[in-house]
Write a protein that binds this ligand. Sequence first.
Ligand code: CMC
Length: 425
Amino acid sequence: MTDKKAQLSVGNKVIELPVYSGSIGPDVIDIRSLAQEGLFTFDPGFMSTASCESKITYIDGANGVLLHRGYPIEQLVENSDFIEVCYLLLHGELPSPEENEKFHDTVKSHTMVQDQIRHFFKGFRRDAHPMAIMCGVVGALSAFYHDNLDFSDERQREIAAFRLIAKIPTLAAMCYKYTLGQPFINPRNDLSYAENFLHMMFATPCEEYKVSPVLARAMDQIFILHADHGQNASTATVRLAGSSQANPFACIASGIAALWGPSHGGANEAVLCMLQEIGDESRIDEYLAKARDKNDPFRLMGFGHRVYKNFDPRAKILRQTCHEVLQELGLQDDPMFRVAQRLEQIALEDQYFIERKLYPNVDFYSGIILKAIGIPLPMLTVIFAVSRTIGWVAHWHEMISESFRIGRPRQLYTGLTMRNHPDTD
Ligand code: CMC
């Protein structure tokens, strides 16, 4: 905090507003007193509005920097596994070796879901989109775990956090198995978080799935790289839902719903649909022309970011992993992956994309990696939800731990002014 002040003059009136400095990043002007002056600010899309104070994640989009609790994402991917990153996001510090072991064990002790949840799945059509099932079953967890719905009890919040982190991959894999018509596969607590997820996805009761270390590492990296990203649409949704004191499972379900859209978590699925539609390297120019054409709504999916106007640091890491996975699986010459690699190369050299600072984003590479691992298209956003659950939980926890008010945005009303109903005399 600083003594800096901003002055806003409206008509004859000058209003003084406090200015706060964070530990890094732009200063913010505190406009809360404006409502008393009969004024609101107008900022659709939150282009210039900080909706909360947070100590979890810092992003410098201009320079391609992403820090979790101060640690650069590159160092976390290099030195930590996903569960350790979960601990960091929740607690603010990396765990000691003892704390790390205990945290891993506690997460493992919550991987199973209540048996009744299996029956809940049967209410869905087999061809339902797995994100639709996820919205439903995660929200429904509040009906199964009544013992930790009290947001004001710190111990209950902690148990809810463990349950969410541990059960989300189990539910995600159940969504997949359900759509296939295969039996659900129980979690295996002797495996790592990423290995266990791949096991639950691809093992069957008659056949074990041997997890390749390269693929397990890629999966773990995808979980880490999607774990948190500040106040994005889904995290802001979770905070807003939480501000009404809704229970944690309902809040996370709201985050899943917000994540589903193609401008947010649905982008990796949209990337693969686009690559399939392009189909062949010879058609790349045609699609680039569509992307450049102002009269065509088509956008090159997996390119551009609201915050990163430089190479997204997560995309840089996954770019390398993507090449390793394709090599491990012998897929370098697969037609779709060739289109992806060629598209990346051409777009990076294209004037339209250079001028607008449109770089491949994390979804461009995660979509390709997950497809190569054998994850079906509709499951890609589900995997984003599995990874982002810890971010949502950490932000929800941070908000509840501090004093908070119910979120209640204002509006610029442009509708009709008061008029009489036609039947009124
Ligand atoms: N293809 C073609 N043109 C684009 C694209 C694209 N993917 N992205 C932005 N532009 C153009 C846009 O038309 C505009 O051009 P002009 O200035 O001539 O009008 C300019 O670039 C700025 O675009 P914008 O819509 O103002 O940028 P934004 O910050 O509001 O949008 C975005 C960010 C991610 C929604 C957008 O880049 C996009 O739609 N990308 C494709 C979808 C995608 O990959 N989404 C995943 C985002 S990363 C995952 C996450 O963190 O949730």
